[in-house]
Design a protein around this ligand. Structure first.
Ligand SMILES: [Zn+2]
Ligand SMILES: [Zn+2]
Length: 362
């Protein structure tokens, strides 16, 4: 376990890693395990950049261990499978999202809810069953137990489909679980970023009526005309917010900055649900009175289990749901991180690993 990342495992790998909390990414040689009997190995072709990647490379949550190879929206083509693998074959298009392992014996795992397993293993910056560190998708290859490998439908483009593996399932799962994924429901989406813009697309595909709630009036045209939302509220506009009072069955709140949830509770009908999926770095204030008076629910949700992730990707394939992306070469990644920190992206960066990683090798 004290071996250098290059010598830990038998298979050579190359990627980009952050070495300290500056978060600066640079070329990195490491290694990956051999293909076990339940493992799927694939050549990485694209990897999305999630806001979590930025938090982890800069150690903003305080638990990062360096070096970190980020990336948990990983797609590519299968190059080798273990003898017991049934799900995919060599040449298939596949993806790996946020998870690569869990205990498989707890109540959550037995119910296909690996994302709530107390022993879950993240795709990077986590410790695998064998005691070695996990490394993510800013790299040439990936190997994972087949349970954590998602089959990509032919109709879904790999680049614009990649972000669904984190952003997509993070919003799909609560829409389903909280009963908002059906015609006749009126759903609010707070924040029109990486998560919010795919939330609009999924909610519309489920047949719900969708209202986007944003601090920025500049996103109105985009929300209504491009993403297909039914209405748009500027959260700072008291008159608009008052007029929409008590109209929503549920809200998916994607904001990861500290913010007040009071105005959103006001938009809910009685028994409405406010579901938080963004992670502010400080606790939010909980206004109890409006929750009690309308028997409202404030809840959270974290990605989704592997069965549901496959269901989400298949649904996206059927309904042509993809993320809006800006494809970048590997050596643009540090600039992309700077822009992401300023929310200067519509709406997700995706690294073209297949065409640009090898050229970045020193
Ligand atoms: Zn993510
Ligand atoms: Zn478990």
């Amino acid at each position: 376990m004290s071996k250098a990342p290059e010598e830990e495992h038998p298979v050579k790998a190359f990627g980009w890693a952050a070495r300290d909390s500056s978060g600066h990414l640079s070329p990195f040689n490491f290694s990956r395990r051999e293909t076990g009997e339940e493992d799927v190995r694939f050549k990485v072709l694209y990897c999305g950049i999630c806001h979590t990647d930025l938090h982890i490379i800069k150690n903003e949550w305080g638990f990062s261990h360096y070096p970190v190879v980020p990336g948990h929206e990983i797609v590519g083509e299968v190059t080798e499978i273990g003898s017991k693998v049934k799900k995919v074959k060599v040449g298939d298009k596949v993806g790996v999202g946020c998870l690569v392992g869990a205990c498989h014996s707890c109540e959550n795992c037995k119910n296909d809810l690996e994302s709530y397993c107390p022993s879950l293993i993240y795709s990077y910056a986590s410790t695998y069953h064998d005691g070695t560190r996990t490394y993510g998708g800013y790299s040439d290859s990936m190997v994972a137990n087949e349970r954590y490998v998602v089959r990509f439908p032919d109709s879904l483009p790999l680049d614009a489909g990649a972000p669904l593996l984190c952003a997509g399932i993070t919003v799909y799962s609560p829409l389903k679980y909280f009963g908002l994924a059906e015609p006749g429901k009126h759903v609010g989406i707070v924040g029109l970023g990486g998560l919010g813009h795919v939330a609009v697309k999924f909610a519309k595909a489920f047949g719900a009526k969708v209202t986007v709630i944003s601090t920025s009036p500049s996103k109105k045209n985009e929300a209504l005309q491009h993403l297909g939302a039914d209405s748009f509220l500027v959260s700072k506009d008291q008159d608009q917010m008052e007029a929409a009072r008590g109209t929503l069955d549920g809200i998916i709140d994607t904001v990861s900055a500290v913010h007040s949830i009071l105005p959103f509770l006001g938009l809910l009908k009685s028994h409405g649900k406010l579901v938080l999926v963004g992670i502010p770095d400080k606790p939010l204030e909980l206004p109890v009175f409006p929750i009690i008076m309308g028997r409202k629910t404030v809840a959270g949700s974290s990605i989704g289990g592997m069965k549901e992730t496959q269901e989400m990707i298949d649904f996206a394939g059927q309904h042509n749901i993809t993320a809006e992306i800006e494809v970048i070469p590997m050596d643009y990644v540090n600039k992309a991180m700077e822009r992401l920190a300023k929310n200067d992206v519509r709406y997700r960066f995706v690294i073209d690993i297949g065409n640009s990683l090898a050229a970045s090798k020193p």
